[in-house]
Design a protein around this ligand. Structure first.
Ligand SMILES: [Zn+2]
Length: 440
């Protein structure tokens, strides 16, 4: 609050601030934080670099005795006009396969770290892969009936971003908007989710860091039309579309300009999963004014409204059966974390959004049941604090979903359990008021 004292503020606002600073004197949540204070260095040392991730996956494949297949689905950083040289290829995008795309089996696809600064999903995925690689009877029973594909860290560029010689994970991919390379006028406006500067909120949200490598929010680059390709559009029509704010916005799907979104979509099309789960991080909430438990995770079975493709006129809508299964997956996950009055169970629904350009939105509109998992905190706010607990909030639900898909019991879960999950509320700001998160 001290930094505001020099400002002349209208009385009403001064009053609000006085009230909120009283509220701040009490712990905002239980546990309160942990927050990274200004100028405190966050520790990310236990998280894996891209190289370490690759080595870990290779080791797990080798020790799985053929159970797990590790494949490279594509590479990051591919421009829409293709790789001009081998060295232009970025990092590999891995897909870990337990089972094939056999239509007689249930199929679930899991992706993590579509935003590079959201690491814990990837760490949880590694634990899940390790467990599925084992020869436990229960695991074998699951894999007899269910194929599980996992793509850990689908934004390796953002995950391994450097700033001033230090590891500085960011939300965005690395890629420059060069419209002339796809036959559009060079002054054609970029997709609205392009970050031309290459910027990210600073550690502790104390300002903005410009790291200077442009890129995209990959989780806006998907399109319900999975075959949409910028290079196949009528150049004049597409230029007009991009140059108008009335069309180049979040109500429409993205344009698959990133290699990452193209690669993940091609895996999706090959696998045709019944269920798709994407793991993110977000801000902080408590359950309610009375229940001060810190919400570890928000979930959602719906993130996009029915959609009409502005180019083809084709209509996309989530089928009733698909929506039901999505709610059952979310409900079972909710139940898996109810452990007495512990903070594991302090779950909320993610706020209502309509984002057809997200992977979850685009895939849901292509007949796949979805679950959004939103863990609290970001690498800039939590560092690796509470990572054990937060990993568990990913692993425990997913394992129950695997079992429920294997024995069919998921079909008996009451969707009302999902409908009754408390709505997102009681957003809290931590002591450095880093409370300006974007939607997932
Ligand atoms: Zn995210």
């Amino acid at each position: 609050m001290r930094k505001f004292t020099k400002l002349v503020v209208p009385t009403a606002m001064a009053l609000t601030m006085a009230v909120s600073s009283t509220a701040l004197a009490e712990p905002q949540s239980n546990p309160n934080g942990p927050y990274v204070e200004n100028e405190q260095n966050i520790s990310l040392s236990s998280y894996m670099s891209n190289e370490e991730l690759a080595k870990t996956l290779q080791k797990l494949e080798a020790s799985s005795k053929g159970k797990m297949k590790l494949e490279i689905a594509g590479y990051s950083n591919l421009a829409p006009d293709g790789y001009q040289t081998e060295t232009e290829k970025g990092y590999p995008l891995y897909v870990v396969k337990f089972g094939d795309s056999d239509p007689s089996k249930k199929r679930i696809l899991i992706t993590t770290q579509i935003h590079g600064n959201e690491q814990i999903g990837t760490e949880a995925a590694i634990d899940i892969i390790q467990r599925l690689s084992s020869n436990a009877k229960e695991v074998n029973e699951i894999l007899d009936k269910v194929s599980i594909w996992i793509m850990p860290r689908i934004n390796p560029e953002g995950a391994d971003n450097q700033f001033e010689g230090k590891w500085y994970p960011t939300r965005y991919t690395h890629q420059t908007w060069l419209p002339e390379k796809i036959g559009l006028p060079s002054d054609t406006k970029a997709p609205w989710y392009y970050n031309a500067l290459g910027s990210e909120r600073a550690q502790n949200n104390n300002g903005t860091v410009v790291y200077g490598i442009p890129g995209y929010d990959q989780n806006r680059d998907y399109n319900p039309n999975l075959d949409f390709r910028v290079e196949n559009q009528d150049p004049a029509e597409f230029t007009k579309f991009l140059n108008s704010k009335a069309t180049n916005n979040s109500n429409n799907g993205g344009f698959f300009v990133t290699a990452e979104a193209r690669t993940v979509s091609s895996v999706f099309k090959e696998f045709k999963p019944d269920v798709y789960v994407d793991v993110h991080h977000r801000g902080f909430n408590t359950v309610s004014d009375e229940d001060k438990r810190s919400v570890p995770v928000q979930i959602a079975a719906v993130v996009a409204d029915p959609y009409t493709d502005p180019f083809s006129g084709k209509h996309y809508e989530v089928d009733e059966d698909v929506l039901k299964l999505g709610k059952q997956v979310n409900a079972l996950s909710y139940l898996a974390l109810q452990r007495g009055f512990s903070h594991f169970g302090a779950i909320q629904k993610y706020p209502d959004v309509n984002l057809p350009g997200t992977a979850l939105g685009a895939f849901a509109l292509n007949d796949t049941a979805i679950m959004l998992i939103e863990l609290k905190g970001q690498s800039q706010t939590l560092g690796q604090k509470q990572s054990g607990m937060l990993k568990e909030t990913v692993k425990a639900p997913l394992y129950e979903v695997f079992k429920g898909l294997a024995d069919g019991s998921i079909n008996n879960v009451d969707t009302k359990i999902y409908d009754d999950v408390p709505e997102s509320s009681n957003r809290i700001s931590d002591p450095t008021t880093r409370d300006n998160d974007m939607a997932f």
